[in-house]
Write a protein that binds this ligand. Sequence first.
Ligand SMILES: Nc1nc2c(c(=O)[nH]1)N[C@H]1C(S)=C(S)[C@@H](COP(=O)(O)OP(=O)(O)OC[C@H]3O[C@@H](n4cnc5c(=O)[nH]c(N)nc54)[C@H](O)[C@@H]3O)O[C@H]1N2
Ligand SMILES: Nc1nc2c(c(=O)[nH]1)N[C@H]1C(S)=C(S)[C@@H](COP(=O)(O)OP(=O)(O)OC[C@H]3O[C@@H](n4cnc5c(=O)[nH]c(N)nc54)[C@H](O)[C@@H]3O)O[C@H]1N2
Ligand code: SF4
Ligand SMILES: [Mo]
Length: 746
Amino acid sequence: MATRRDFIKISGLGLGGLALGGNAAMKVVANSVNGKLYGSFKDFMRTPTYCEVCFWKCAGWVYKNKDGDVWKVSGNDEDMNSNGRFCPRGTGGVGMYYDEDRLKTPLIRDGKRGEQYFREATWDEALDYIAEKMKKIAGEHGPECIGLFNHGSGGKYFGTLMKAFGSPNIAAPSYAQCRGPREVAFLSTFGEGIESPEKTDIRDTRCLVLIGSHIGENMHNGQVQEMSDAIDKGATIITVDPRFSTAASKSKHWLPIKPATDLALLLAWIHVIIEEGWYDKEYVEKYTYGFEQLKAHVKNMTPEWAYGITTIKPDVIRESAREMANAAPAVIIHPGRHVTWYGDDSQRLRAVAILNAILGSWGRRGGFYKPETMHLPDYPHPEYPKPRKTWRDAFPNQFPLAGLALASGICDASIPAPYRDCSFKGWIVLGTNLVETLPNQKNTIEAIQNLDLLVVIDTMPMEITGWADVVLPECTYFERYDSVRTGPHRKRQLALRMPAVAPKYNSKPAYWIARELSKKLGLEAYFPHENLEDLLDWQLKQVGSSLEEMQRIGVKTFEREYDDLYFANGEDIEFLTNTGKIELYSTEFENAGFDPLPKYTPHPEPPEGYYRLIYGRGPAHTFSRTANNPNLTDIMSENALWVNPRVAKEWGLTNGQPIWLQNQDGLKSRFSIKVRVTERIRWDSVYMVHGFGHENKKLSRAFGKGVSDSKLISRVHIDPVMGGTGMRGNFVTFLFEEPKEQEVQS
Ligand SMILES: Nc1nc2c(c(=O)[nH]1)N[C@H]1C(S)=C(S)[C@@H](COP(=O)(O)OP(=O)(O)OC[C@H]3O[C@@H](n4cnc5c(=O)[nH]c(N)nc54)[C@H](O)[C@@H]3O)O[C@H]1N2
Ligand SMILES: Nc1nc2c(c(=O)[nH]1)N[C@H]1C(S)=C(S)[C@@H](COP(=O)(O)OP(=O)(O)OC[C@H]3O[C@@H](n4cnc5c(=O)[nH]c(N)nc54)[C@H](O)[C@@H]3O)O[C@H]1N2
Ligand code: SF4
Ligand SMILES: [Mo]
């Protein structure tokens, strides 16, 4: 039987990352911690942190050698997100600190946008420049015309600054480019979203169904560990993926679905489970609303019907449905995470939610549990001014169920249009490489060209910094405090990040930057603490801890407030939906003008000679942020293009051959990518790992390595329910000659 070690080996990681989580080094220094308060990090041999290489936020320790240099980082045994083991990316996080290509000092543009001419500036100069421009924009258009894009811990303090300034327009790409549709779908069905870390009880599941979710390459730590534990305990894994993913290789059933047809498969599964009477009758009766409508809706959606759409054979559909039913309620149809695929994603995720509901897995052991979160109070601050408009005003009657601001929406609303009285004039961008992150680069760049101010706060020279008016270097997470991590998880936990070392170069923490800027804007009343330490200490003391304690232990666990990890037998429950029930039939969707029960609609297919461009994660990298990391480029330095042997033969492609790509709109890749001929991908698609093909020459290791999927995603299918940007409706063909420079400029 497969073991955790096998699983980790197969995910292509090697054991290095996890082995470092072992405790030998930790024991040596465990007793030598000096718990002096404030600014005393020089004296610590190990300091607590939580990882910023991805958003799983594993808590760990940064170790220094006797010269006080950062030596390694590894997991904190108390931490529920990592169970004391970092993934290879997290272990490689040391490379983010040591990367000699880091941004070193504030920069102000000296030339046209997009050309890399900057002059070095002092912090004072750079912040004066920004404050002046912000005031000008607020005076001419209103403070609401400045938007914040954030995907990093320091974004919190810029959020405070924005609200104090009068703008509610704060967006993260983790919503409309990532998990927004699943949150909307589960909220409408169960009255609760999925959150992060996901509330999937994988540890105790008997059947895990992964639809595109490629856990094992998607290295979200605790989730990978729980999946390998479940496999060790004999759980059945069913993977639906046009590609033989790492997860597929661990599965009893691999369903190599025709891309873009998953909704038909889901409806057929619901059909089978209802028609065979395999659903949880008591649960459905007691907790759900709309079962009869659902039953009538899927009446004709037979496996034979779905076969014609998905290419998955009817007996495989029946057999896999039976596996789920046999395991129920300890079954998880995983909601996935990056779910903005084809534009009907909220509806696909509704079908996922419905399938879980009729199998009775929500609120049950081995299904979905109820997490708890620690709540740290906000320090009292003056009231925020009331904004007169929000990003929503740019989209009247559109995306009614969007629960958070849309990064793509603010971007679109920065391009002036005759039907809008005002567009966004300023962007503050922290920890998100928008050029590579938002689909349709031409659109993003047009939006940027229309701005009066673009400020980028980053650690590295990236595509987005190349377009900035002002670049502000943040120090890395090894060099700063950030807000305390608070959960959610099975129990409540706090995790502290503190500086292990002083900031290198002329870089500063986001808190300091936001506070200094607040002074120049006359808003320092919203930042009453000179140091983040003081604020954290105050917050921690409100819940019975302190900064001093957290500096010593890093992670503190609190027992649950309520004994409701799972539903009790026969318990009466009021769900936070319109009907108080789990809504199989969604009144919220209906009221907003959408199908209350999900319907399959076909999506465009690749034209002749083109292949669907699908993309995903590689175990050793996070998006575009790690492509230059010296430790991680050692493991993987460029991406490859997975091509089916049948296609390779037709085109005469061989393993390792470099080629260029062109999409359906004539966009060409700037760099080449090496072909990987493999049976592990369907013939109608090609696959690459996202995050490569960097165009910023200042990235000495990543520049020109591999191809950027983002550059080839020009067609975007927008989810009418919540504004998610479906990115998998793009098709590519192969080019054998390098495109000319003018054909590939951004
Ligand atoms: N084509 C395509 N687009 C995608 C995706 C895809 O797979 N393909 N995935 C989507 C998904 S799921 C998501 S969640 C988003 C992710 O979107 P992003 O978070 O924008 O992803 P990254 O490309 O890693 O960009 C992160 C930026 O933060 C900077 N950074 C790293 N650490 C710090 C720090 O400590 N402080 C500061 N200030 N900056 C820091 C990095 O240098 C980099 O410029 O992208 C979405 N967009
Ligand atoms: N190593 C690593 N791990 C990460 C991240 C990272 O950057 N690096 N990022 C994290 C983040 S923010 C996110 S959102 C997640 C994303 O990871 P997940 O949510 O797990 O996966 P997706 O990116 O949605 O999908 C990728 C998979 O979908 C398959 N696929 C493509 N088209 C279709 C289709 O039409 N149908 C089906 N069924 N499958 C299809 C692809 O072959 C691929 O295996 O990963 C997280 N984990
Ligand atoms: S999963 Fe890996 S990269 Fe993400 S936070 Fe945890 S250790 Fe860091
Ligand atoms: Mo994501």
